[in-house]
Design a binder for this molecule. Structure first.
Ligand code: MLT
Length: 479
């Protein structure tokens, strides 16, 4: 008799978003009037039309398919060279990240890639996953048999959970114990938190020391508003500002110190240096703090050493509005190695290439031409317009939730607002109340892991009018 994959039987309930869809459908069937005013801020699905540059490129590509001379059949499984080159140049080399064209693998989605990557990793790896987290990372590991059973809270045995809470700004710290594979997502889904340079540096350092692989999901990188992460873009003006800068960067320069204290008497200088020592801040030669080092990294490859320990996932869904078009890509550096059973280190790049060419026939020519247009001058400006629209919604929703008396996180460098439900209200209770009384769909935080309990996520993917309406309705709720 044929046997099924028992691991699937360990999965808790349905995948989060279909489960929400089921509950929303039941509500709408039972309440047709309320259904008419329903606003969906649950799944992070874009609402605005594709950028005109993409539409034009895709129309042109469709026309090419109409004639024998310009028709395209199967393309390269890993993506057309012109798209891989545009990605590597614009998303990486223009940001001083050393990524070659043939390290880019074009695919039909980050969801698929973060699941499929397990094909090229061994079955015995110790896996670390943030909590709360995008559920795909956990569920695909369950399906692959990398976990034990789940407990009542949905926590699986054998996974190492990295708690993300207000105290760590929802950015996980490297664990004390050894792990082999680490999932990081920044800007984060669901919490909206974005990791700064020292936080990513700590992870890369850990991964190199432990010979681990970081799976870095940067699907939301376009939402990084490129503001310095602590507002310290100007030169530090006081000791506390210097210390803040030093803690963030691990160092300050002599010029920073001179800028903050132009006429520093020697005894004061000694006091400053002692403070640096206590805080483990190095004082280095160099000009004023490079404002780019204050900026939030868009890619893990902005961190020295990441090419030796990280795979990065990117998507055209949330920047170019491709959720229904499907195009994404994964970066596998040729310098990234992992261990064989016999203890040898071998590169992962050929394995991912082999997997891709065996199990995938590539993204359609028409879609890849559309994705290429995202990197044209007009395409870039139009994408910026979309991001500003959704970030504008995020601000409206943040402000609305705050005025409603709720504690609010995220929504600044990400299209998600992470909201603390009032005391003793569970995530699903908040979901039901907001659905029934405000006729708004949100996502219950507990669906992202046990540490998400008591929170809910509001997606900013919507029209401005709907975002404003949701902000108003949240303020009308009595908890
Ligand atoms: C979400 O709502 O978390 C995302 O839209 C799901 C996804 O991108 O697959």
């Amino acid at each position: 008799m044929a046997q099924l994959n028992d691991n699937y039987l360990k999965l808790k309930a349905g995948y989060l978003f279909p489960e929400i869809g089921r509950r929303v459908k039941a509500f709408c069937d039972a309440n047709p009037d309320a259904a008419k005013r329903l606003i969906r801020c649950g799944i992070g699905d874009v609402t605005e039309p594709l950028p005109p540059a993409v539409i034009a490129a895709m129309h042109k590509a469709v026309d090419e398919m109409a004639s024998r001379e310009t028709f395209h059949g199967y393309g390269p499984e890993q993506g057309y060279e012109w798209l891989r080159a545009a990605i590597a140049q614009n998303d990486f080399r223009d940001r001083s990240c050393d990524v070659a064209d043939d390290e880019i693998f074009v695919s039909d989605g980050t969801k698929c890639d973060t699941g499929n990557v397990l094909d090229i990793l061994g079955a015995k790896n110790k896996i670390a996953i943030s909590d709360p987290v995008y559920p795909v990372y956990v569920d695909t590991n369950v399906m692959a048999g990398h976990t034990g059973e789940a407990n009542e809270a949905g926590t699986y045995a054998k996974l190492v959970y990295l708690p993300c809470k207000p105290i760590n700004g929802f950015i996980p710290e490297p664990p004390k114990k050894h792990v082999d594979v680490i999932y990081l997502c920044s800007p984060n889904n669901p919490t909206g938190a974005a990791a700064n340079r020292p936080q990513l540096e700590a992870w890369v350092k850990y991964a190199i020391e432990h010979k681990s692989v970081i799976l870095f999901d940067a699907a939301y990188e376009a939402y990084i508003s490129d503001e310095p992460d602590t507002g310290a873009s100007s030169s530090p003006k006081s000791l506390s500002q210097l210390l803040r800068l030093g803690k963030r960067q691990g160092h300050v320069t002599y010029d920073d110190v001179n800028g903050a204290f132009p006429d520093l008497p020697p005894e004061k200088l000694n006091e400053v240096l002692t403070k640096f020592q206590q805080e483990k801040i190095n004082l280095i030669e160099g000009t004023k703090a490079d404002s780019s080092s204050n900026r939030l990294p868009h890619s893990i490859y902005e961190i020295l050493g990441a090419r030796e320990c990280a795979i990065e996932f990117r998507s055209c869904s949330k920047n170019g509005g491709f959720t229904g078009v499907r195009c994404a890509f994964t970066v596998v550096p040729k310098s990234l190695n992992a261990q064989t059973k016999s203890g040898e280190f071998k590169p992962l790049h050929p394995l991912w290439l082999r997997r891709t060419t065996t199990k995938f026939n590539g993204v359609s020519y028409i879609v890849q031409r559309g994705a290429e247009a995202l990197y044209s001058q007009e395409g870039k400006a139009q994408v910026r317009g979309l991001i500003e629209h959704y970030l504008g919604n995020a601000k409206v929703l943040r402000d609305g939730a705050k005025k409603a008396g709720l504690k609010v996180f995220g929504g600044v460098n990400a299209p998600y607002i992470w909201v603390r439900a009032p005391k003793s209200v569970t995530s699903w209770q908040a979901f039901d109340k907001i659905l029934n009384e405000a006729n708004v769909v949100i996502t219950p935080g507990s669906g992202f892991g046990s540490k998400g309990e008591g929170y809910f996520r509001i997606s900013a993917f919507n029209s401005r009018a709907n975002a404003e309406d949701v902000a108003r309705r949240l303020q009308e709720l009595k908890w």
